[in-house]
Write a protein that binds this ligand. Structure first.
Ligand code: PAF
Length: 305
């Protein structure tokens, strides 16, 4: 009987030229061996945490990680603890083979793809809760979401021991929570020297790329482009000295008239603390918006000033 290869040694996609395939680790034991090999000569390791259903936004993170680091480890784990009751955990797209092929084409060295039992073994009892930046905005609309994110990202850092980690600015509040968590738990040294935020990648009509965009019907997808357009218009007014609350109300009204069913928030916030601002006053600011269309919740953010 042929010897059964461990998951680590099963190339998902054979390259006829003999180039390296992405190595997929499904268990922590296998991942640790692979990481030890990658880092043995002092090489830098860039971690790109994802929940899969990869699009060009994720691949941009991988490309950035390849520019900065010697090796890239991408994780794919649809993290149940960051989904609330009634959210789309079951419906969340899962396409591991397709994702692995994309990661291989982008030169990812290791794909870390644990299942829920590997990530949260029986008896798992720890929760990381970051106060301050996790409060308000998505923290209000999705209670417990950022605890789930902080806990799994902390575990990913401990599992992969990356020198750098790459996150999209599209999830701006998430990035702030992760930076705070890494700072407070001393994760930024010696392992994660740098948490690197990568600018949002957008579709041709300006809609921020998201795995959830595929939930949109054709009509809703067309209407969704109003979100970045209306945000840009509000920013132009605010930067020109326009009243902040008035322009935020106008932005909300425009979204509703374009077909959005509700606006969870549309706020001008300090870009570091995320404290709401009612005027620009020279602050480094960010416009943060979450709005729902056809049952899908879209978020976006842009710099202001
Ligand atoms: O942004 C995501 O895809 C997820 O929140 C993350 C950072 C991979 C944690 O599960």
């Amino acid at each position: 009987m042929a010897k059964r290869l461990s998951p680590l040694h099963q190339p998902l996609h054979h390259d006829i030229q003999g180039e390296k395939s992405v190595q997929t680790a499904y268990t922590l034991d296998v991942l640790r061996k692979q990481i030890a090999k990658l880092g043995a000569d002092g090489s830098t390791i860039g971690l790109v945490p994802t929940m899969g259903a990869l699009h060009d936004g994720h691949l941009t993170l991988v490309r950035r990680a390849r520019e900065v680091c010697d090796h890239v480890v991408t994780s794919i784990f649809v993290n149940p603890t960051q989904f609330g009751p009634g959210e789309d955990l079951d419906a969340y797209p899962r396409q591991l083979e397709q994702d692995a092929a994309m990661l291989e084409a982008e030169g990812t060295a290791v794909l870390w793809a644990p299942d829920a039992a590997e990530m949260y073994p029986n008896g798992f009892a720890t929760n990381i809760s970051v106060t301050g930046v996790s409060e308000g905005y998505c923290g209000t609309d999705r209670p417990g979401h950022f605890d789930g994110v902080a806990t799994v990202v902390c575990k990913l850092f401990q599992q992969v021991l990356p020198t750098h980690a790459f996150f999209g600015e599209k999830d701006y509040q998430q990035l702030a929570v992760i930076r705070a968590m890494a700072r407070d738990l001393d994760l930024t040294r010696p392992h994660v020297h740098s948490i690197i935020g990568v600018p949002t990648v957008r579709e041709a009509d300006g809609l921020a790329m998201s795995s959830r965009n595929r939930y949109l019907s054709k009509d809703d997808r067309a209407a969704a482009a109003t979100l970045p357009r209306a945000m840009k218009a509000a920013i132009a007014q605010i930067e020109a000295g326009g009243d902040v609350p008035q322009n935020l109300s106008a932005l909300e009204a425009e979204l509703i008239s374009a077909g959005f069913s509700s606006v969870d928030y549309a706020t001008l916030a300090d870009s570091a603390s995320l404290a709401p601002l009612t005027a620009l006053e020279g602050a480094s600011a960010r416009l943060l918006v979450a709005a729902r269309i056809g049952g899908t919740r879209l978020i976006d953010n842009m710099p202001v000033g």
